[in-house]
Write a protein that binds this ligand. Structure first.
Ligand code: MRU
Length: 375
């Protein structure tokens, strides 16, 4: 790992940043920890324009709902700055600026479809632009665009900082719900998937820090192995003990009484509490319900989509067949096998006991209580 923190170019980092450096934002651009290579290599990739950030999100160099939202916001700011610094004329038509903003936003929001944090972050960045551009009628001076570029950097930074604060608050509320015994989590919801600390994994981390007697179980999370490769790596770094299980082991562990609660993150939560999250979440929720084990979701408010009523309206990403047909580039099935690689599923609200947010814990009936808390 490069030691960025002694380099002059290192400029931006919130005070409460995590031990795990998912990215480093410098004058040169955004260095992203390549999550495809973890846990065996800690390589950083420089993304200094919107196309590189889009590529990184699409190809899972960076992943996790809050993390892709924050990276997209930083990518927006970087691309706008590149654009302004290359401007030759002293004045530009407002129409041209609006076109550029739309182009940047479109490239980013089409990188992945399910996590709403991406759309939320980009709409925040666009609103900053529209607010400032409102004051200009036809043309805008380069010096005003330089100012807008600075404001965009600040907004992206704020989105990052706020996410860390939200995670710390989620951990504080959520820890109180965690019983002693086996706690099962799915996918990766730690520092690697967020601005820092994590959501569901943050709650588990806090429970451990509070000396609760818990045994942390991680499902490996086929096919990208976010549990085995990423969550295990984070806990290993933090020196927190864990037990890794295969995805299909969860049911029998519950039957044996070894699991006291399940806690997961979310990519999008509808107004009624239906929750999109990593494929396999729904199966865990059904199993937990059958075994009368509490099932919790932990997510910041940026993951709620109040424009949709139920989970049926959430677009579910399907990913390339090769993710299923191979494991570490080794073929594990006949190459021409037909594959259905759904990246997410929807857990209906009736299977969820509570949703933990930075503003407090939401209990059923979610249709009423989500609105109450967010309004
Ligand atoms: O495909 P991924 O790795 O981006 O999916 C990640 C998840 O499903 C996480 O559980 C979710 O984004 C919450 S991260 C705090």
């Amino acid at each position: 790992m490069k030691n960025f923190f002694f380099q002059k170019e290192f400029i931006k980092s919130p005070k409460k940043v995590d031990l795990i450096k998912t990215w480093v934002w410098t004058e040169k651009g955004l260095y992203l920890l390549d999550q495809r290579k973890l846990p065996f290599r800690e390589d950083y990739i420089l993304c200094n324009n919107v196309l590189k950030i889009r590529y990184a999100i699409r190809n899972m160099i960076i992943r996790g709902a809050p993390a892709i939202g924050i990276c997209a916001a930083i990518g927006f700011a970087i691309e706008f700055k590149n654009f302004v610094s290359l401007l030759k004329s002293k004045e530009v038509l407002i129409r041209k600026i609006e076109e550029k903003i739309k182009k940047i936003a479109d490239l980013l929001i089409t990188s992945r479809p399910t996590a709403v944090n991406l759309f939320w972050a980009i709409s925040r960045m666009q609103n900053v632009c529209f607010k400032l551009l409102k004051g200009f009628e036809y043309k805008i001076k380069k010096e005003d665009l330089l100012y807008l570029s600075e404001v965009l950097e600040k907004e992206a930074f704020k989105i990052w900082e706020e996410d860390i604060e939200a995670n710390l608050a989620i951990a504080k509320y959520g820890e109180k719900l965690i019983p002693e015994g086996g706690i099962l989590t799915h996918c990766n919801t730690g520092a690697l998937a967020t601005g820092g600390y994590g959501t569901a994994l943050g709650v588990i981390r806090k429970a451990y820090e509070e000396n609760k007697k818990i045994k942390i179980f991680l499902s490996e999370t086929r096919p990208f192995l976010q549990g085995a490769r990423l969550t295990a790596w984070e806990l290993y770094k933090l020196k927190i003990p864990y037990i890794l299980i295969t995805d299909n082991c969860a049911g029998f562990l519950m039957k044996k009484g070894e699991i006291s609660a399940v806690i997961v993150g979310a990519d999008r939560i509808a107004s009624n509490g239906d929750t999109a999250n990593k494929i396999g979440t729904y199966s865990l929720a059904v199993l937990a319900n059958f075994h009368k084990i509490p099932f919790f979701v932990a997510a910041p408010l940026s993951t709620f989509d109040l424009t949709i009523k139920t989970g049926k309206e959430i677009p579910i990403e399907t990913r390339a067949a090769k993710e299923v047909l191979t494991c570490y580039k080794n073929k594990i099935a006949p190459p021409k096998s037909e594959v259905y690689n759904l990246a997410f599923d929807i857990t209906p609200n009736e299977l969820i006991n509570a949703i933990i947010t930075e503003k407090g814990i939401i209990y059923p009936p979610f249709e009423i209580n989500i609105y109450q808390l967010i309004k």
